[in-house]
Design a protein around this ligand. Structure first.
Ligand code: PHE
Length: 341
């Protein structure tokens, strides 16, 4: 038995095998344990000799087990050290960077294009005095846009404060604060009580522009908007001004540009809805009443203003069909536009 046990111990190649070997040759039911127990039933004189023999045998087996245990543990530790070695000189994996939101970047690019033309950037409050949002802009007291269905009133009981429905109140603020001549662009958030759908959101963004100087004409307006359109959509943009109405401009227009997907040749084009034109925003020559309300003499100074949709700009730049994607905050959507921090 001892020889068999020593052989098995020697042949155990890992700690699991050694454990089995220990059970078989030194466990409670191993031949040596059984022999040890049998000693008690031997006649007196034989007891001492048998005890000595079995004790020696168990001693040798236990000693061999312990020695092999030490050897195999050392082998295991050695193996873990090589298998699980770490190269501390390897550069760590980069954490994925966040992206700035496509609307933020679009508004910033639009503002940059204006700065490139020598304009200043201004901002105004999102919670705005009704006077700046409407009265200073020549809205009648009973103009429909003032009604509850369009405008968020901060406290309907006390008229006076609204969430601005456009960035145009900053026209009046800039005229009053900065005076003339004035070349100011205003990127910012605007609010209307629209239901959220593919083409409307109750919170949206505009880039306002107002230029007041001596001798400005509608040609300056069209030239400025064409340069802005080129900066956003690339060279070769074809635009048109379509008659419209705003209380704060006269004459007023909507600016459309030729659909750059179908160039007006595909009645089933999804980008322009088959019309061949894409509506970008409102504009016009600043109404003299607006100049007067801000204390500017309209006999000497005139100018133009415009308000372009930032969402529309981002959607046409990037081929985004549904406005809701702009506000749902899915990082996978935003990551597509590759605008790293
Ligand atoms: N404020 C207008 C709108 O929100 C756009 C506009 C701005 C029109 C400036 C004319 C001049 O629709």
């Amino acid at each position: 038995h001892v020889a068999a046990a020593l052989g098995a111990i020697e042949q155990a190649t890992d700690l699991d095998q050694l454990k089995e070997t220990r059970l078989a040759h030194a466990g409670d039911r191993s031949p040596l344990a059984l022999a040890n127990r049998a000693i008690g039933s031997l006649p007196g004189p034989d007891k001492a000799a048998a005890g000595k023999l079995v004790g020696q045998a168990r001693g040798r087996v236990n000693k061999a087990l312990a020695a092999r245990q030490v050897e195999l543990e050392a082998e295991r530790d050695e193996r873990i050290l090589t298998e699980e070695a770490m190269d501390l000189t390897v550069a760590p994996g980069r954490r994925p960077l966040g992206r700035r939101h496509v609307l933020t970047v679009t508004a910033e690019r639009m503002a940059d294009a204006m700065v490139g033309m020598g304009w200043e950037i201004a901002e105004g409050p999102q919670v705005e005095a009704e006077w700046f949002n409407f009265d200073a802009l020549n809205f009648d007291k009973d103009h429909p846009a003032r009604q509850m269905q369009d405008t968020f009133f901060v406290d309907p009981a006390k008229a006076g404060l609204v969430l601005r429905t456009h960035t145009s109140p900053v026209q009046a603020r800039s005229l009053i604060e900065r005076g003339v001549p004035l070349y100011v662009a205003v990127p910012g958030k605007t609010f209307r009580t629209d239901e959220l759908d593919a083409t409307h959101t109750p919170v949206f963004h505009q880039l306002e522009g107002i230029a007041i100087d001596e001798g400005l004409t509608m040609a300056h307006l069209k030239g400025t908007l064409d340069r802005l359109a080129e900066a956003m959509f690339g060279p070769g943009i074809v635009s048109r001004l379509r008659p419209a109405f705003f209380p704060f401009t006269e004459p007023s227009a909507e600016m459309d540009f030729r659909c750059f997907v179908c160039r007006g040749e595909d009645p089933s084009c999804r980008t322009c809805g088959g019309t061949g034109w894409i509506e970008w925003g409102g504009c016009g020559m600043v109404n003299h009443n607006v100049l007067r309300a801000a204390g500017v003499d309209p006999e000497r100074y005139q100018g133009f203003a415009f308000g372009m949709g930032v969402e529309r700009t981002a959607m046409f730049r990037h081929g985004i069909a549904d406005m809701r994607e702009l506000i749902e905050g899915d990082v996978r959507f935003n990551a597509q536009f590759g605008m790293e921090i």
